[in-house]
Structure formats: structure tokens, C-alpha cells
Design a protein around this ligand. Structure first.
Ligand code: ADP
Ligand code: ZN
Ligand code: MG
Length: 651
């Protein structure tokens, strides 16, 4: 049996595929990689420039010919030189015939002394005009000090470079602390999502309209002294569009949207999560008005203090940092924090306190008309064949979330493309329903003849019981083709969406779940491992009837277990506050309910044995029975198929 509410689809695939540019920030809030490189390059350039200048000075600028000091001495003795200019160690000699030549001497010895050593006499020297110039101050110092200053500059630059790295990351060297936030800027038309892109969830949209209004026109609210909530938490089952709706709020308001997922905070190094929070908020405040969105906040926001495995300091610090940042907001900062979770029951109460995430917005699974609307949204860009009727698809998909519907549409298009058609037909979508619900068909899973027979009788048993008992949902499809983990399945769907389930419906559901087991037992005198999931389902329903819904006359209308149990060691355990005696009574009641349902299923199956054989035989032949053909078999066997008006659902 396939229960549409029991599927667990992974939902977030498609958001991952979308392009979102990553920004990485550091303490300063500037883009650090770019700045780092720019700094680095400019420093290198500066050093090069200094080096060039230095060599230009030391090499000398002049084009005058160089002569050795001994040649100069000879020329002086010969009386060819009229004037010598001394600049540090540099000598410039003006010859009588107008030629200018240059030479060098040791810098700390007087020129006259040097020349005397080379054999120039005092008289000869006196004939030459000597002009001793001080070196120009700057050049002198540069030349003298650059060998010391250059390495020093290098070291200082390096220290500064390193310290910049360390600072931003809260003492995490290099880049661990950068917030991994993704930002969608208000000017980004391609990624912009508005309320028009979100179908259904009308109450949630209504509630969020106030936030949009504030972000659009904060002055109006601030002037009148109104306090706008700092935090909004979106709660709802996976795939109900929490992430989408948060983005739509930013899109509607035209503000920047920063998003980070709870699990991204938690990484190997303690303290990183907290510093990421800090980075993220700093960035958002710069871009205000803005929305900071913490997706899947239950990853960090679980009840503190009972973490398994010695507690989780990292998570607590990250959570604390979020709370600190939220408390530190001034109302005029125009930053609103949104968060999403599908486990509101495990959240730390500190998060939900007034002044933090005190606005709670609940997203429900879509009802029939919402589903149609969602299908229409995702149908926008797909070419449809004429026979497509999304209303029928919406009717057939109770319990589907928005994300399921999205993937249904997608699977349909994939099927059409694989078969080289240019338009998607209704049949593609019908096939996709089951694929999304149960996983792909496993045609390769070949059953032996005996196995096939057992599976056929098993599914026929479910289908027969569902068709005979008055409160069970009508059968839409039976198949003995393996799908996902199920060997075969019987798909029975409610005629209308419903919010309330009655005791009679539960009892018939249990009987139907046991129909496969009973059929195997009656036909083959033996049972297999096939019904193990059926037994789990039926036992769980029976147990809930007794402990949650007060549907056992013996126990009376008492709720013995909470809706979701409490959290212990990071896992949900049933919330049990009753004695051993009550516990034994519960077990007895559960057994009684199961036993009675088993008897009713057996009654149906033995009472309609020829019909059971007919269904099973047909299944062995064709492997899959659609609703119409199945109902024809029922009619031939003397049973009227259920029609819309036969079952009255309340609520
Ligand atoms: P959640 O965050 O609640 O798990 P998402 O927002 O990630 O769900 O939804 C996943 C996808 O499902 C969305 O990108 C969108 O394509 C589709 N979807 C979900 N709910 C809706 C909705 N109400 N209207 C339109 N599309 C939806
Ligand atoms: Zn079964
Ligand atoms: Mg999400």
C-alpha cells in the first residue's frame, strides 16, 4: 500500500542549481580578496619604483665618459684640466678644451690626498679649480639608507598583511570566518522573486505584507513610534516554499537579501559560526534596508543544554551570537531577520522570546486549489499538449508540497524530452505523480513467477478491502512493478482534501493496510516479509488512535502523548508520562484494534474470493491497473465503485 503522506522527498534540489553570486566579507566589510590583491600589487609596484630610483641615482644620470682616477691624475699633471667638481665620491673634470669627463674616488678620503698618492704635485693641483659640493640631502640619505629601509619596509608590509588577515576573522587565521552568505541585490532582475511567484499560503503572505510595507517605507512607521518586529520565523513542512517566500518578501520590498543556511554556520572550527553571524549582520547593516535570512535555523537553534555527545559549544555560540546581534539592533536599523524551520518544536525558547523571532508565520501544505495555482506557476515556460488539464493533476496530488509539484512538472517535461516530443502531455504528468511519490519504477527488478503471484494477491488484497469497506479511500491505481523500496503498490487517494479524519476512516485504513497480509495468508497459507511496512503503518495508526486522539473507548478521551514528543539527545522520543499499568493497557488496546481490523479484512477477502482471484490474475497479466479498468473488474464482481458523493467528509 502506498500512503501519500508517508513520502519523504528531498526538496531543496532546485534552489541549489540556481546561480547566486557569492560574496565573501571580512571585518571591514569591503571585499577582502580584491582589496588584498590591490594592496599587494601596489606595494610591489612601490618597491619596484624605489629600486629603479635608487639604481638611477647610484648609476648616475650623466652620459659623460668615465675615466679612472689614475688617468685623471695624469691629465692634471699634464695641465689639461681647468676645474674639478667633487660631489661625494663623484668627480667631474672640465678639460681646458671644453670636454667633460667623470671619475670616482673613495668617498671618505680627500681628493687632494688621493691625487697626491697618484703623483700629482702641489703646484700642478693648484692650477686646477676645485669645487667641493655637498651631496643634495635627499639623494644622499636615500642612497645611504635604502639598503636598510627596503628590507624594513618589506617586513612591515608583511606584518601588516598578516594582521589584516587575522583581524577580520576573529582570530581565525586567514579565511575561516567569512560569512558564506549569498546576497541577492534588489537590482538583480533575474533572481528577483515576488509574491506573484508564490502560490497559495495566503495567510502567510498577508502576515508578511506588513514587513514588506515597513521595508518599503520605514519612515512612516518610525515617525509614529511603531516597533517593527525584528525577527520573523517561517514554519512549515519541507518544500512548502519557506525559502521562496522569504526571497519574495525581499523582492516585493526591493531590498537586499542575505541568506545563509543554519548548517553553514556549523563547521569544524569552534568560533567560526559566531564570527560568520557577526560578518553577516555587519554586511546587512551596511546594505540596510535589508533582510537577513537564516534558513533551516533548527541546525543551530535547537534547545540548548541537552546536546548529545558532550554538548555542542559551537552551536550554542552561534545561536548566542544571533541573539546578541538581534538584541543589538536599533529599531531604525531597518534590518529584519527572517528564519525558516520545519522543526519548530525543537527550537530554543530563547529564539521565540519577544523582541527576537516573535512573529511566527505558518505555511501549510497546499490544498487542491493552491496546488492548481502552484502547477500553473511552474507551467509558465513549458509547452503543453492540448490534453493537459492541471486541475486533474491537482486533484490527484493530495499531500504534495510545492516542491513536490515543482519536481512533478519537471519530471513530466523530462519524460516528454526523453521520448523526443516537443510538448508535454497529460500522461507524462500522470506518470510523474507516481515517480515523485514513490521513486522511479524498477523494471529491472525481476520477480520470479511465484513472487509475482504473491505480490499480485497482496496488492489485490489491499485494493479489494479498500473498495469494499465504506470509509476507505477509493483506489486509483494498482501496480506490481517495483518502485522505490516498495515491491508493488496500491494507490488510494481521498476524494477530497480533508483536514479531519474520523475514527471509522482510521479503522478502515488499518484494515486496508492489513489487506495484503490477509490475502497472502488466505491464498498461500503462509506470509512473507512483504507486509512489514504495512504492519508498521497500521500499528502506528492504531497507537495514535489510542494515545493521541482518544478513540479508544477503554482509555477514554485522554491524550497520553504529545504531538511530536520531546527532544532528548538530539532525537525525538515520545513524551510519556504514564505508568507501566497504563502502558500495558495501551498495548492491549492497540492489539485489540489491530485484531478487529484483521478480522474485518479477512471477512472481506474470504467473502469475495472470486473477485480477489480476478484482480490478481489481471495484475499478473498487465502488471498495472488504472482506476477505470479496476472499477470494471469490481462491477463485474458485483461491487459498486465509490463515487464522490458516497463518502461524507466533515471539515
Ligand atoms: P522550503 O524552504 O519550505 O523547504 P522551498 O522554498 O525551498 O521550500 O521550495 C522549493 C521549491 O518548490 C521552490 O523553489 C518552488 O519552485 C517550489 N514551491 C514551493 N512552494 C511553492 C509555492 N507556494 N508556490 C510556488 N512554488 C513553490
Ligand atoms: Zn502492502
Ligand atoms: Mg528551504
Amino acid at each position: 500500500m502506498a500512503n501519500p503522506n508517508n513520502k519523504n522527498q528531498s526538496t531543496d534540489r532546485r534552489t541549489k542549481g540556481k546561480k547566486q553570486f557569492k560574496i565573501v566579507i571580512q571585518g571591514g566589510g569591503k571585499n577582502p580578496r580584491g582589496a588584498m590583491w590591490r594592496n599587494f600589487l601596489s606595494t610591489i609596484l612601490l618597491i619596484l619604483a624605489v629600486l629603479i630610483l635608487y639604481s638611477a641615482i647610484t648609476e648616475g644620470r650623466s652620459k659623460n665618459p668615465q675615466i679612472s682616477i689614475s688617468e685623471l691624475a695624469q691629465n692634471i699633471s699634464a695641465g689639461e684640466i681647468s676645474k674639478i667638481t667633487v660631489e661625494g665620491s663623484k668627480l667631474t673634470a672640465d678639460y681646458s678644451d671644453g670636454v667633460v669627463k667623470e671619475s670616482k674616488k673613495e668617498s671618505d678620503i680627500a681628493l687632494s690626498e688621493t691625487l697626491v698618492n697618484y703623483g700629482v704635485t702641489a703646484e700642478e693641483l693648484r692650477a686646477v679649480e676645485l669645487d667641493i659640493k655637498e651631496q643634495s640631502g635627499f639623494v644622499f640619505w636615500l642612497v645611504t639608507l635604502s639598503p636598510i629601509i627596503l628590507p624594513l619596509l618589506f617586513i612591515i608590509f608583511f606584518l601588516w598583511f598578516l594582521s589584516r588577515q587575522v583581524k577580520g576573522a576573529g582570530m581565525q587565521a586567514f579565511t575561516f570566518g567569512q560569512s558564506k552568505a549569498r546576497m541577492i541585490s534588489p537590482t538583480d532582475k533575474k533572481q528577483r522573486v515576488t509574491f506573484k511567484d508564490v502560490a497559495g499560503v495566503k495567510e502567510a503572505k498577508q502576515e508578511l505584507l506588513e514587513i514588506v510595507d515597513f521595508l518599503r517605507n520605514p519612515k512612516k512607521f518610525l515617525d509614529i513610534g511603531a516597533q517593527i518586529p525584528k525577527g520573523v520565523i517561517l514554519m512549515g513542512a519541507p518544500g512548502t516554499g519557506k525559502t521562496l517566500l522569504a526571497r519574495a518578501v525581499a523582492g516585493e520590498a526591493g531590498v537586499a537579501f542575505f541568506s545563509i543556511s543554519g548548517s553553514e554556520f556549523v563547521e569544524m572550527f569552534v568560533g567560526v559560526g559566531a564570527s560568520r553571524v557577526r560578518d553577516l549582520f555587519q554586511l546587512a547593516k551596511k546594505a540596510a534596508p535589508a533582510i537577513v535570512f537564516v534558513d533551516e535555523i533548527d541546525a543551530v537553534g535547537r534547545v540548548r543544554g541537552i546536546g548529545a555527545g558532550g554538548g555542542n559549544d559551537e552551536r550554542e555560540q552561534t545561536l548566542n551570537q544571533i541573539l546578541v546581534e538581534m538584541d543589538g539592533f536599533e529599531p531604525n536599523e531597518k534590518v529584519i531577520v527572517m528564519a525558516a524551520t520545519n522543526r519548530p518544536d525543537v527550537l530554543d525558547p530563547a529564539l521565540l522570546r519577544p523582541g527576537r523571532f516573535d512573529r511566527r508565520v505558518i505555511l501549510d501544505l497546499p490544498d487542491r486549489s493552491d496546488r492548481e495555482e502552484i502547477l500553473n506557476i511552474h507551467a509558465r515556460k513549458k509547452p503543453f499538449a492540448e490534453d493537459v488539464d492541471l486541475k486533474v493533476i491537482a486533484e490527484r496530488t493530495p499531500g504534495f508540497s510545492g516542491a513536490d509539484l515543482y519536481s512533478l512538472m519537471n519530471e513530466g517535461a523530462i519524460l516528454a524530452a526523453r521520448e523526443n516530443r516537443t510538448k508535454v502531455s497529460q500522461y507524462d504528468f500522470i506518470r510523474s505523480i507516481e515517480k515523485v511519490m514513490l521513486g522511479p519504477e524498477r523494471k529491472s527488478h525481476i520477480l520470479s513467477k511465484k513472487e509475482k503471484e504473491i505480490t499480485a494477491y497482496h496488492e489485490a488484497g489491499h485494493a479489494l478491502v479498500a473498495s469494499v469497506l465504506p470509509y476507505a479511500d477509493p483506489v486509483h491505481k494498482i501496480s506490481i512493478v517495483a518502485r522505490g523500496r516498495a515491491g508493488g503498490y496500491t494507490l488510494n487517494l481521498p476524494i477530497e482534501d480533508r483536514r479531519l479524519q474520523s475514527k471509522n476512516e482510521f479503522l478502515d485504513d488499518i484494515a486496508m493496510a492489513l489487506g495484503g497480509y490477509v490475502a497472502e495468508r488466505e491464498v498461500f497459507g503462509d506470509t512473507t516479509t512483504g507486509p512489514s511496512n504495512d504492519l508498521q503503518v497500521s500499528t502506528a495508526i492504531a497507537r495514535d488512535m489510542v494515545t493521541k486522539y482518544g478513540m479508544s473507548p477503554k482509555m477514554g478521551p485522554v491524550a497520553l502523548e504529545g504531538q511530536d514528543g520531546k527532544m532528548l539527545f538530539g532525537r525525538g522520543v515520545p513524551d510519556r508520562d504514564y505508568s507501566e499499568r497504563v502502558s500495558a493497557e495501551i498495548d492491549a488496546e492497540v492489539s485489540r484494534i489491530i485484531k478487529e481490523a484483521l478480522d474485518r479484512a479477512a471477512e472481506v477477502i474470504t467473502g469475495h474470493r472470486p473477485l480477489l482471484d480476478a484482480i490478481a490474475q489481471r495484475l499478473i497479466e498487465v502488471e498495472t491497473l488504472e482506476r477505470e479498468e479496476f472499477e470494471n473488474i469490481l462491477i463485474a464482481g458485483g461491487i459498486t465503485p465509490k463515487k464522490k458523493k458516497d463518502i461524507e467528509h466533515q471539515g
